[in-house]
Design a protein. Structure first.
Length: 339
């Protein structure tokens, strides 16, 4: 994998820097005018104290990113499992605007529905703080190149397992030409993105060049609610993770491999103990997703299942107090009669 470019200062950031410098100069002039005209006498501060106070104000102006932010503060969060046909795309947005996108749908969608959805929920040209491509199959990196080109993507995660497809090459080119930070996270790494705590469960360093099994598996926590996202990882990977005694307990799971029977094993369900599960798949797809066996494994544990085939886009709203609500674009949750 070629080295990625380090993040550059964007045009917008340069404009903001110029504005901060101009504001600082104005404040500096006002400060010294007040200092020498005696307008600050009523404060009771000495000359050195006033200078130190002003220095702190300048630091806040020129380095706003240095301001301490309570990233653990609870805030309402919306998770949308987008109706991406026979693909996968999950949009996670906090009340403060922090946005994470996991996968970008299937490239065969001529209507580019994923772009329409992001325009609606993120805003044309809006910011995506973290874009995670769980692996490099075309139904997960879809229009990833357009997303990187059309939106202000701050950081991109990929699994580091090269592919030969044209869409993969287009995504790499888009990353190289962007200002986004590029990373290949491994198991055990943790990252805070706004209010989201992200724990990387897989892959580890031992790649077997299998895109599905090298999927980036993450646990994402907000307001003490945990989601488990496993890409297309198979039961063998699930088993290895469980046997390694990694904590995969979660309030909900995105079923592996679009609900395929080859994922979401009994061991995975017992280890994660989800309150509900979701799969993303296209109607009348040729793969037979979701698999009846996988759905039944969840039903046997009385775990509700929602799917984009029956429900369209599925929206999970996580409230500040740690409770959540589920809203579907159409239909109800998959029950015994929907098999």
């Amino acid at each position: 994998m070629a080295n990625r470019k380090k993040k550059k200062m964007t045009k917008k950031q340069k404009e903001q820097r110029t504005k901060w410098i101009f504001t600082g100069i104005v404040l500096l002039i006002v400060f010294f005018m007040g200092l020498f005209l005696g307008e600050n006498k009523q404060t009771g501060l000495t000359l050195n104290e006033r200078i130190e106070s002003f220095k702190e104000e300048l630091v806040a102006i020129f380095n706003p990113e240095k301001e301490e932010v309570d990233q653990t503060k609870n805030q309402e969060t919306t998770i949308r499992f987008l109706d991406a046909g026979q693909g996968s795309a999950t949009l996670i947005q906090a009340e403060d605007g922090t946005t994470i996108l996991i996968d970008s749908g299937r490239y065969e969608d001529k209507d580019k529905k994923i772009i329409q959805q992001l325009d609606q929920y993120v805003g044309t040209g809006g910011t995506i703080d973290l874009l995670i491509f769980t692996h490099n199959d075309s139904d997960h990196i879809g229009y990833g190149d357009l997303i990187i080109n059309y939106y202000d993507v701050k950081e991109v995660w990929m699994n580091g397992n090269d592919a030969t497809s044209k869409i993969y090459e287009r995504v790499l080119d888009a990353v190289d030409e962007s200002n986004a930070i590029y990373s290949e996270p491994k198991a055990g790494e943790n990252k805070q993105v706004g209010p989201f705590q992200i724990e990387v469960i897989s892959p580890n360093e031992q790649s077997d060049d299998d895109q599905n099994d090298d999927s980036i598996i993450t646990k994402i926590t907000v307001n003490q609610v945990i989601g488990l996202f496993s890409g297309d990882a198979s039961q063998s990977i699930e088993k290895a993770i469980v046997e390694a005694r990694m904590d995969v307990t979660a309030d909900f799971i995105l079923m592996g491999h679009h609900g395929s029977d080859t994922s979401t094993s009994q061991e995975w369900i017992q280890a994660s103990q989800p309150e509900f599960a979701i799969f993303s798949a296209g109607k009348n797809n040729s793969y037979g997703h979701p698999g009846e066996e996988a759905i039944n494994r969840l039903r046997e544990q009385s775990i509700p299942v929602y799917g984009t085939i029956e429900n369209g886009t599925i929206t999970v709203t996580i409230h500040e107090d740690g409770t959540y609500s589920i809203q579907t674009e159409k239909g109800e949750n998959l029950d015994e009669d929907d098999a």
